[in-house]
Design a protein around this ligand. Structure first.
Ligand code: SAH
Length: 350
């Protein structure tokens, strides 16, 4: 019989399992608390359960873990990048960022990605597999144990497209926000997507409290299609219509991510067109200097260009921030560390 992934179970599901094993009712609560409040990584740590019970649990359930293989700490701003090994040997990355309001963690939702954005290092080897709810939780719990800090915010902006791993991501978020678990506020969680339109509608019906972040990166389909293949399936019109519906249904502001790539999407004309498109929407634009990755030739826009672009949006009434680059000295952007780790292990130059 396959072992059941115990960290992916909700409390009522765990209660059912333990009842079927003939255990007293309070046991499920104890185990759940070990898993989701004390971040136990093995049954042996659950010291208020007898040894026999711990052994029985070990036979019946599995507890997938993230083992830290590398930890890089930025000397500039304290950002920590973790490289984790999963039980099947796959490598994922996760970033812990320190803000004025507390710690925020950037979680991967898939191993690799198959969305094919041309500037992104995560997608180069395609998508190896989806991450399970327990593995996404383990990304956070392992970091929380390691740093000893309370992690209050989470962004699904690591490797992968969250809305392509929809069911697992929703279960992960349900567990993450559970009052009996880590109890993270839904409003402290951002779900980021490259633009899977039907799933945006699903999300708004089910979970209007999550912040929606949309990777836009272009003001029109001509440019967007060159860098984001997803826009061939769902054009920008449809995407922005879904975003408008989202803000109307939820009263929540959408955050648009816009990586500034030199000579591709960073002209004044692009800024004007973007402002026109977003006019009247409840939104915010995050301008990000593109991270240069060695597998492509894209270059980041100059600081002057970023400021000029931002000024045009501001003048047109679109609120904008230029995102500071976190962990610039530790390769903190999407997929870069995993790739260099893989290359290293194959003896390739990094
Ligand atoms: N697939 C989801 C979640 C990934 S979030 C999404 O696309 O939203 C990671 C963010 O970093 C996305 O906005 C992505 O477009 C952006 N990104 C990827 N590579 C980048 C790079 N080289 N420079 C700047 N931003 C990048």
């Amino acid at each position: 019989m396959d072992k059941i992934d115990i960290r992916s179970l909700t409390l009522p599901e765990l209660q059912e399992e333990t009842a079927a094993m003939g255990l007293p009712k309070f046991r499920a609560g104890q185990i759940y608390s070990w898993l989701h409040q004390k971040y136990a990584a093995s049954f042996d740590e659950m010291t208020n359960l007898g040894k026999d019970l711990r052994e029985t649990l070990n036979e019946r359930f599995e507890l997938p873990n993230c083992t830290i293989v590398k930890k890089l700490e930025s000397a500039v701003d304290g950002t920590i990048k973790y490289l984790y090994k999963l039980d099947d040997g796959e490598i994922i990355e996760c970033v812990l960022m320190k803000y004025k309001y507390g710690y925020s963690i950037c979680v991967s939702t898939q191993i690799g990605c198959n969305m094919g954005c041309t500037f992104c290092a995560s997608t180069i080897g395609g998508c190896v597999r989806n991450l399970r709810p327990s593995e996404m939780l383990a990304e956070i719990y392992t970091a929380a144990r390691d740093c000893g800090e309370r992690i209050s915010h989470c962004v699904l902006m690591g490797m992968g497209e969250p809305l392509q791993n929809y069911d697992n991501v929703l279960r992960f978020l349900e567990l993450l926000t559970d009052a009996n678990g880590m109890n993270m506020g839904a409003r402290h969680i951002s779900v980021s997507t490259c633009g899977i339109v039907p799933r945006i509608y699903d999300l708004m019906e089910l979970h209007p409290q999550f912040t929606l972040s949309v990777s836009l990166h272009a003001p029109n389909d001509d440019i967007r299609r060159q860098i984001m293949p997803v826009s061939r399936k769902w054009p920008i019109e449809e995407l922005l219509a879904a975003c408008k519906d989202y803000t109307e249904a939820t009263s929540r502001r959408i955050s648009f991510e816009y990586a500034m790539i030199r000579g591709v999407n960073d002209t004044d004309a692009c800024a004007e067109e973007l402002a026109q498109r977003l006019k009247g929407m409840l939104c915010h634009v995050n301008l990000i200097p593109a991270n240069e990755v060695r597998e492509n030739d894209y270059q980041r826009s100059t600081d002057d260009r970023l400021r000029a672009f931002s000024a045009i949006l501001d003048r047109r009434g679109i609120t904008t921030t230029i995102r500071r680059t976190l962990g610039p000295d530790i390769n903190a952007s999407c997929g870069q560390l995993r790739r260099s780790h893989q290359a290293n292990n194959k003896g390739e130059p990094v």
